[in-house]
Design a protein around this ligand. Structure first.
Ligand SMILES: [Zn+2]
Length: 373
């Protein structure tokens, strides 16, 4: 999980011997090709050496190359991407697999890990918190991209429904309601803490109608705007698994709807001559001018082209020589160069779309961008 905790751990790493940061984008079409991660890494190393042919970081990269290579040779877990941080003298070795990652293949070396891309990915990564609220307890689950992971379970008891103390019924009932109210407020507080820790950005509230409704009323605005749906739970008859399956159905639907809206907006803007472009050539032009606010891509898309490592120019065609600076141009997957450019030079968001939204986008070239101006 790309948690805040992981990021702050990575941010604390430091070595004067040089930490190699290797981002590897995995092409879904090539998942049957076991050498893919290694080949991508080798390509990125070559690009690094063309940009920085000498200096102390070259030695650091040469030192770590073998270790990273033999790890990548054995990588069989798929996913959309992989990030490796390595520095043998400082005993640093960290691997972060990514499921829905729009990362480029990119290698860099410095005294600290290069978190510029990972931090952005972590920001955008959908994380779902499901809270099941009942009168006498609450269960909280955190999931990242479909993988269920129970992070916290909170249970608070309130007095039973049957009066044993001989109170007047009305007064006793009020007593119970106060406990329920206190319990729900405590759950809200817990959620605020979990939000700080994990940065969850989607929330589903499950539970019996009355309790869930009251709970939603108690949520402060910053949590309320994360609510993507609620599910009714018959607490007596539904297992945790069933509750979570329901929540995940809500989640998937929400993500797909958001993606469709995004692509529709992109099409409307681009067609209306607004601040958006579609297709490889126009998108690359905008990226080279550092005008992109958000890059939008169909999942799994790749495109061969050429790039210049001296000035950063790239294009969706075969070039021997860079038309801008005259240096040698090399064949590359320009989707990776586009993502790299979006992250590293213009602080743009990168969105990947799936299913129906993906089909819509593929029909228009598979890639587009919202522009800053
Ligand atoms: Zn050039």
């Amino acid at each position: 999980m790309v948690s805040k905790r992981l990021l702050s751990h990575l941010a604390s790493l430091h070595s004067e011997d040089g930490i190699v940061s290797a981002y590897i984008r995995l092409d879904v079409r090539l998942l049957h090709e076991p050498m893919q991660p290694l080949m991508k890494f080798k390509g990125a190393v070559k690009r690094f050496l063309r940009q920085e042919p000498e200096g102390r970081w070259v030695q650091a990269l040469e030192r770590e190359e073998e270790r990273i290579s033999s790890f990548l040779e054995r990588w069989r877990d798929g996913g959309r991407g992989l990030v490796v941080f390595s520095c043998t003298p400082a005993d640093i070795w960290e691997v972060v697999p990514l499921e829905k990652a729009a990362i480029p293949t990119h290698v860099s070396v410095d005294t600290v890990p290069d978190l510029s891309i990972l931090a952005r990915v972590a920001d955008e990564y959908p994380r779902l918190l499901t809270v099941v609220v009942q009168r006498d307890r609450a269960r909280i689950y955190l999931a990242e991209l479909g993988r269920l992971q129970n992070v916290e379970r909170l249970r608070t008891l309130v007095p039973g429904q049957h009066d044993e103390g001989g109170w007047a019924q009305a007064r006793y009932q009020r007593h119970v309601e106060e406990h329920v109210e206190r319990h729900l407020r405590r759950v809200v507080k817990e959620l605020q803490e979990i939000r700080q820790e994990t940065g969850f950005n989607r929330l589903v509230v499950a539970g019996p109608h009355e309790v869930a409704t009251r709970f939603l009323e108690l949520l402060p605005a910053d949590l309320h705007r994360l609510v993507i749906g609620r599910t009714h739970v018959d607490v007596k008859h539904e297992s945790d698994d069933e509750v979570l399956q329901d929540a995940h159905r809500v989640w998937r639907q929400h993500e797909r709807e958001m993606e469709k809206r995004l692509v529709q907006e992109l099409l409307d803007e681009a067609q209306g001559g607004g601040r958006a472009v579609m297709g490889f050539d126009q998108t690359i032009d905008a990226l080279l001018q550092d005008r992109v606010r958000m890059l939008v891509m169909a999942d799994g898309i790749t495109r061969d082209g050429s790039a210049c490592d001296s000035c950063g120019f790239f294009a969706a065609r075969d070039l021997q020589e860079c038309p801008v600076c005259g240096s040698e141009a090399f064949p590359t997957d320009i989707v990776e160069r586009a993502i790299e450019r979006a992250y590293l030079t213009q602080d743009a968001a990168v969105e990947v779309v799936f299913d129906e939204a993906r089909e819509w986008l593929l029909a228009r070239g598979g890639v587009g961008a919202f522009l800053r101006y």
